[in-house]
Design a protein around this ligand. Structure first.
Ligand code: PRX
Length: 651
């Protein structure tokens, strides 16, 4: 790993709101006296009724997390209304279409009107405070309107990434018993339409079989593509909006009222409905957005994440809008019409702050520097990275070629469950090391523990825990608090366990090494091996499946599936079957779960008690046959030799 140190850039130092001395001072206070620290910073958002209590949290026993618990506020009010007087005519959202000739600018005043109208449409169609609204939309402004309209009336949104299949959408609708869905006729990415309404129709049918009845579907007309229509159930967005009143008072919300549910993969079972609440979430999202990105008034800020992921919640919509920023939303993909698209958009809209994922950086790096150097990028001041460890080569390319050695890179570590960035450089304060997320943000106390929970000090590596609460932490898993406790607070009792491995170096910098559980990180997207396995075994030809990750040059990790066939399927054409299984997983979960490799395995290595030894399967997938470790505890050690033989013959 590169340990090269990049001192704070003079430009970042001159511009900054946060220098090293202030970081140290604030960090100390945030750790020694969180009540005082957050009591002060909680006031960065507007409260209808100020809080008198700041922190009431316990990682022990039943695990209870409350911040600003007697405060009353509204997130849409904070993201829109409070800006109207001073920046009503400022652009809130720049929308850049998939087609490079199409874009749109929405001012805060226009955002207000759109959100109020939609909020009224929701209310008129029976949506009440606390109801769950599923949003299955592409990257269009209506996605942000929908989030904010829910927040305005106190409905809880559950966004499902538009790349998920009808089955996956149905699972999420069923889990939170959502009866209202907002979607569009089609999505458009890289010039290709995606049949979102059709997927929604299928998902609703699946949900109905589980007795979850979706009453209303609000459909945005994006492409004009043909859709089928359920009369009485389906409503055109544009028609309803036109009829609705542009006045809608924001609902007073308690700080701990739910804001959204976002499903994410765990190491076992079905996706987890991570629940975030109102006050602490917005305080932390807006504060990190300001200091991590050194966001300043007038900056144009672009986060490339989709609204379907947590980054799209905290750093595309809520954090930036709470700060009165101009946030850019991009409908398309980095390589359409060509691999220079990102940098063309940067020049077109004079983007100052650019936040993306290592997988995109690696893919663009592979396309050659010319795509970058065609553009000026002179507006850029800061670059960010999120979603997976960034390899030093990609970091250097991002820094040297994209940033022309002028722009600090903030490598931000966080998770769906953390709500906001926990470990990150601050551009005016932190010297950078390529590949390290560097130091904790205010209020974050990381601890590294060994597998038995022993605390490791100094230079070390182990499992990453956070020992005390921070305001934007998830409060529970929707409808399953027991699973919440079990997943995050039981492995190392009294601590939040992230599921990530980490190394701490001699400068107290943190280097995230990746998941230590059975969760994969595919192009920065979390995917549980258990979910892919259950998709595979739901195919009639499969008797057993084990899925592991292996290093992949662009995606970070690839999906490697070991599949044992039913005996009557063994004679089938393997190539055909491989294609069929890949298609099957795409139908069950979505294209992001597409298996990269399928090895038909006559048997899987298991312990005598029947547990699959993934450690061995991982090594075989990595072609690392020399260090398989002890295989003597296996029920049938010969299975391993068969797998290796098979793999070597394939080369
Ligand atoms: O393994 C870590 C990795 O992404 C996981 C969280 O995924 P998700 O909940 O989908 O949220 C992604 C966006 C916040 C983490 O457990 N991860 C995220 N950011 C980084 C990272 N790994 C290394 N460096 C990062 N900067």
């Amino acid at each position: 790993m590169s340990e090269k140190l990049y001192p704070v850039l003079p430009g970042a130092k001159a511009n900054t709101q946060m220098d090293e001395a202030t970081y140290q001072e604030w960090y100390q206070e945030s750790i020694t006296d969180p009540e005082a620290f957050w009591g002060k910073h909680g006031k960065r958002i507007d409260w209808f009724k100020p809080y008198t209590k700041v922190k009431n949290t316990s990682f022990e026993g039943d695990v209870s997390i409350k911040w600003f618990e007697d405060g009353v506020t509204n997130i849409a009010y904070n993201c829109i209304d409070r800006h109207l007087e001073t920046r009503g005519d400022q652009v809130a959202i720049i929308w850049e279409g998939d087609n490079p000739y199409i874009d749109k600018k929405i001012t805060y005043r226009e955002l207000h009107e759109n959100v109020c109208r939609l909020a009224n449409v929701l209310k008129e169609n029976g949506v009440q405070k606390g109801d769950r609204v599923t949003i299955y939309l592409p990257m269009i402004p209506e996605a942000a309107y929908a989030m904010l309209a829910c927040a305005r009336i106190g409905a809880v949104h559950s966004i499902v990434f538009a790349g998920f299949s009808p089955e996956a959408l149905a699972g999420r609708i069923i889990d939170c018993q959502s009866t209202f869905v907002i979607t569009s006729d089609e999505g458009l990415r890289g010039g290709k339409p995606i049949a979102l309404k059709e997927n929604t129709d299928k998902a609703i049918d699946i949900a109905a079989k589980q007795y979850v009845m979706v009453n209303k579907v609000l459909v945005v007309r994006r492409t004009g593509g043909k859709v089928s229509w359920g009369s009485g159930r389906d409503l055109w967005y544009h028609q309803e909006i036109a009829k609705a009143s542009p006045v809608c008072e924001p609902e007073p919300m308690n700080a701990e009222d739910p804001l959204f549910i976002l499903y994410t993969s765990g190491s076992t079972g079905k996706p987890k409905g991570v629940l975030h609440t109102t006050g602490g979430y917005l305080v932390y999202a807006s504060m990190t957005h300001q200091y991590v990105f050194d966001y300043q008034d007038g900056d144009v800020y672009w986060c490339t994440a989709d609204v379907g992921w947590v980054t799209g919640h905290s750093y595309l919509v809520y954090g930036p809008l709470a700060n009165g920023a101009t946030t850019l939303m991009f409908e398309g993909v980095p390589n359409f019409p060509d691999q220079g698209r990102f940098w063309e958009v940067v020049d077109k809209h004079h983007v100052n702050i650019f936040y993306t994922a290592p997988t995109a950086i690696r893919a663009l790096m592979g396309a050659g520097d010319e795509f970058v150097t065609h553009s000026s990028r002179s507006s850029l001041r800061l670059l960010g990275s999120v979603g997976e460890p960034i390899n030093p080569e990609a970091w250097e390319w991002y820094y040297n070629v994209v940033g022309d050695q002028r722009c600090p890179i903030v490598d931000t570590w966080w998770q769906t469950e953390t709500g906001g960035i926990l470990i990150t450089p601050l551009p005016g304060a932190t010297a950078l090391k390529p590949g390290s997320a560097t130091r904790p943000f205010f209020g974050i106390k990381p601890e590294i523990v060994d597998n038995e929970g022993g605390v490791l000090e100094g230079v070390t590596d182990g499992n990453l825990c956070i020992v005390d609460s921070w305001p934007s932490q998830a409060r529970t898993l929707y409808g399953d608090h027991a699973r919440f406790k079990e997943a995050y607070f039981t492995t190392y009792p009294g601590k939040y366990f992230s599921g990530d491995g980490v190394r701490r170096d001699e400068d107290d910098y943190y280097w995230i090494t990746g998941r230590v559980d059975d969760v994969l990180n595919i192009s920065g997207h979390r995917m549980g091996t258990a979910e892919i396995e259950s998709a595979l075994v739901s195919h009639h030809d499969v008797s057993e499946a084990a899925v592991v990750g292996y290093p992949h040059a662009i995606k970070g990790q690839g999906i490697y599936c070991y599949v044992t066939l039913m005996s009557d399927a063994e004679a089938k054409d393997q190539e055909e079957l491989r294609k069929e299984l890949i298609a099957h997983v795409r139908t069950e979960i979505g294209p992001i779960a597409t298996p990269d490799k399928i090895q038909f395995a006559p048997g899987l290595p298991k312990t005598r008690s029947g547990k699959i030894m993934r450690r061995i399967l991982r090594k075989i997938a990595e072609d690392d046959f020399g260090t398989l470790g002890d295989t003597s505890t296996l029920a049938d050690p010969a299975v391993v030799d068969d797998l290796i033989d098979q793999r070597q013959n394939k080369k």
